[in-house]
Ligand binder design. Structure first.
Ligand code: BES
Ligand code: MN
Ligand code: MN
Length: 465
């Protein structure tokens, strides 16, 4: 496939400009104010699939945002790869922390990205990474090198829990049938340390509400005599970790898959530069569960974090008040064998148990999903590994990741297929944060690498015994 490089050289300006157009569309799924833009983004991705050479392109309506489906079936006897990704993005706030507006993409050079990086919400998560696949398809169709069948399924609700996609997958086994699912929605260890994501954490997301008195009270007249829900909530949250940073919810760790010494030793071989890590985050020291390394803490260990906490008076100046209510959003990242619904129940029970009699507690579960691990002895993994080796000149490192893509375990349950997580982002891409960006080098490297996956996968598939 010598000519992918030539094709890239010839078309890279256009590839970048096309992505920039998609990044201008604010497809924020969490905020209904953007619903028109989310729908327009679905249309734009559908058009791009058509232009890249899909024979069938459909915008499949759901109860929520539509799913963009595309296919090019060249021969029923050949394997079928289903590409999954999402066209929705996270809300861009806080806007004042962006150096340039989130939906006005700009290319800037940085130390890490000497070829420039595209700054925009969704650049890395996930529009840029989905579009690599669209352009890889364009290349393969134009050059007559597509070796197998290909299906695309691009959803618009990944960032809000993939609710409509779950129903869609359950109803369309036949339409979505495939031999392997290919996803670019994760990252590499570094541009010179290619890696393949072999695991994702599960998630349980809850919102808690603590209620004290039936109204906000004067903090002089009532202070000291009735429970302050914010004080109580802060205290309760503080007890959820012990002095070793273990989570204190009874039963929380019961099903956690503990890795063997050998597995941990293998993990420890993945390169990690502690000083660079601290420097990049501007922290004096790392923090986390006792007896585990940073790489373990953020991948094979479960966590509990407050994502937001509010209540009372936060306006200008002072208001002497004991609020009636306090709230927090809490996420728990889960690891293999933990069941997210069970963890949600354990959390709820525990949170109710530790509340003092002076307050009432409500726990509202949001969404969640299971964790995922992919075997490295499969032909899918081997094909991805060979593809990286071809274009990066190095065998990629298998690495479990801390993020979650809850639909991936559901694909396995419903469609019986494994997913290969071939991501080209970097942890430093600031996904979900202000100044999200995606390296131009990473974008082009993705387009260069993906066609090799199809080639090697199809070869290995035909040699299967
Ligand atoms: N692409 C991310 C997940 C991710 C990023 C996994 C980097 C591994 C490495 C995805 O879009 C995401 O943000 N997932 C959410 C879960 C979802 C239910 C909102 C997450 O992990 O918080
Ligand atoms: Mn994503
Ligand atoms: Mn995301």
């Amino acid at each position: 496939m010598q000519n992918i490089k030539a094709y890239l050289d010839q078309h890279k300006e256009r590839f970048i400009n096309e992505l920039i157009e998609l990044l201008k569309m604010p497809s924020v799924s969490a905020d209904s104010a953007y619903s028109h833009d989310v729908l327009a983004t679905a249309e734009a991705f559908a058009t791009s699939l058509k232009n890249a050479g899909c024979d069938v392109v459909e915008i499949c309506e759901t109860d929520g945002y539509p799913i963009v489906y595309g296919e090019k079936i060249i021969d029923e006897k050949l394997p079928t790869v289903l590409v999954y990704g999402h066209y929705d993005v996270q809300p861009p706030d806080p806007l004042n922390l962006w150096d340039s507006p989130p939906f006005e993409p700009v290319i800037k050079k940085t130390d890490l990205h000497p070829d420039g990086a595209i700054y925009a919400r969704g650049a890395s998560d996930d529009k840029g990474q989905v579009y690599m696949h669209v352009k890889a398809l364009e290349f393969m169709v134009t050059n007559n090198t597509l070796p197998c069948n290909i299906k695309f399924m691009i959803e618009g609700e990944e960032e809000v829990g993939s609710v409509s996609l779950s129903a869609f997958v359950k109803e369309h086994h036949e339409k979505l049938s495939n031999d392997i699912i290919l996803i670019s929605d994760t990252g590499l260890i570094a541009n010179d340390i290619p890696s393949i994501t072999t695991g994702l954490r599960g998630l349980s997301y809850v919102e808690v509400e603590v209620t004290g008195a039936n109204r906000d009270l004067h903090s002089g007249l009532y202070g000291g005599a009735v429970a302050n829900p914010i004080n109580i909530l802060a205290k309760m949250i503080a007890t959820l970790h012990d002095e070793n940073n273990h989570i204190t919810i009874p039963g929380f760790y019961d099903k956690v898959d503990e890795l063997t010494k050998e597995e941990r030793a293998a993990m420890a071989k993945a390169p990690f530069d502690l000083d660079a890590y601290k420097k990049a985050l501007d922290i004096q020291d790392i923090y986390g569960e006792k007896s585990y390394s940073t790489n373990e803490r953020n991948s094979i260990r479960p966590t509990l974090d407050v994502n937001g906490i509010w209540g009372g008076y936060t306006g200008e100046g002072a208001k002497t008040v004991i609020p009636s209510k306090a709230y927090a959003k809490i996420s728990m990242r889960l690891v293999p064998h933990q069941d997210w619904q069970e963890i949600t129940r354990l959390f709820t029970q525990h949170f109710e148990n530790i509340a003092p009699p002076g307050v009432r507690i409500k726990v509202n579960p949001h969404h969640g999903g299971e964790s995922y691990v992919t075997p490295i002895d499969s032909i899918g993994y081997k094909a991805a590994s060979k593809a990286f080796e071809t274009t990066f000149g190095k065998v990629p490192v298998p690495k479990r990741n801390g993020g979650s893509i809850p639909i991936v375990p559901l694909f396995e349950e419903e469609l019986g297929s494994k997913s290969i997580l071939m991501g080209f982002g970097l942890d430093s891409n600031a996904i979900h944060s202000p100044n999200e960006h995606f390296g131009v080098w990473n974008y082009l490297k993705g387009i260069e690498t993906i066609p090799y996956f199809y080639k090697y996968y199809t070869e290995l598939f035909s040699q299967r015994t």
